[in-house]
Design a protein around this ligand. Structure first.
Ligand SMILES: Cc1cc2nc3c(=O)[nH]c(=O)nc-3n(C[C@H](O)[C@H](O)[C@H](O)COP(=O)(O)O)c2cc1C
Length: 302
């Protein structure tokens, strides 16, 4: 039996549901192109702001057995410099999602406009970095509305709102993004965390606090996707701890139309895209699913 592993998010048809998450290797066009060639269905860039940002001094990433804690500090060369990387990334032949952030509403629109000009296929709004200047946007339904609305009235390409789980009610924020015209929701960003070196009795990260990602956060991410799927009509991109094909299918059954992969690349390398794609195809064949669409939200049927 042939299976259809393609999926759709807004008007983007992607060849498989596996997308590179923002911030992991997405710093240059050449690497993004390599990840597309390694089998990703789409790639997301590192978050880009209007002006260059240096980020935090090292150490910025700590590897744990169950994930990572990072406080990179949203370092990036600024959108003007980054435009060329977008052009190179496009040579990979898969949709390029440009992650955008700003310190004020206007900045989100300006950066998104430049990304569209450079050839971005979609914009992902980083409303939610736990150690950057912008988590407040994703924690307030009114600010979420304002950012999404401003960007939607500036660009023609699809706009995804990336949410944080660090809120009382993620559905409220999701509904606000949907009302403002978001074409999809990406859920979730990292959770604020920290780690202490007991030999020197000091926090390890230079910034003290960082964002927890990887296996440790998967159950939280699944819960968020499941809740959002119950309430929203727009597609959801699930992210948080996808390490195996079973994880990807769990997200899809919770309601995700696609999944992003981030931290697992630090543990398994970029071959993970092919490995998970093959795993999903075998699972579908064995279980009798003809298309990814048949599996989206299945866990909601009672
Ligand atoms: C080193 C690192 C850098 C990240 N940088 C960004 C970023 O620039 N923008 C963003 O929206 N998310 C960023 N994230 C969050 C990831 O995109 C993703 O939401 C999170 O890591 C959960 O997925 P994972 O468990 O597959 O890593 C970063 C994560 C890591 C580990």
């Amino acid at each position: 039996m042939d299976v259809d592993i393609s999926t759709k998010i807004a008007n983007l048809k992607i060849r498989n549901p596996l997308i590179l998450a923002s911030g992991i290797l997405g710093t240059t066009g050449a690497i993004l192109k390599r990840i597309a060639m390694a089998g990703a269905g789409a790639v997301t860039t590192k978050s880009v702001s209007k002006n260059p940002r240096a980020g935090f001094p090292n150490p910025t990433v700590v590897k744990l057995e169950y994930g990572l804690i990072n406080a990179i500090g949203l370092s990036n060369p600024g959108m003007h410099e980054f435009k060329n990387e977008i052009r190179v990334a496009k040579e990979g032949g898969v949709p390029v999602i440009v992650s955008v952030f700003g310190e004020e509403v206007k900045e989100f629109s300006e950066v998104a406009y430049q990304a569209e000009e450079a050839g971005a296929d979609a914009i992902e709004l980083n409303l939610s970095c736990p150690h950057g200047p912008n988590i407040q946007y994703g924690q307030d339904p009114k600010l979420t509305y304002e950012v999404v609305n401003a960007v939607k009235s500036t660009v023609k390409i699809p706009v995804f709102a990336k949410l944080t789980p660090e809120v009382t009610d993620i559905v409220k924020i999701g509904l606000s993004a949907e009302k403002a015209g978001a074409d999809a929701i990406t859920a979730i960003n990292t959770l604020k965390a920290m780690i202490i070196d007991i030999k020197i009795a000091k926090p390890i990260l230079s910034n003290i606090y960082g964002g927890l990602s990887g296996k440790a956060i998967k159950p939280v991410a699944i819960r968020c996707v499941y809740q959002l799927y119950e309430a929203l009509s727009i597609p959801i991109i699930g992210v948080g701890g996808v390490t195996s094909y079973e994880d990807a299918i769990e997200f899809i059954m919770a309601g995700a139309s696609a999944v992003q992969i981030g931290s697992a690349i630090a543990f398994k390398g970029i071959e993970i895209f092919k490995e998970i794609e093959q795993g999903i195809m075998n699972f579908m064949k064995n279980e009798g699913y003809k298309s990814v669409k048949d599996m989206i939200g299945l866990a909601h049927k009672r």
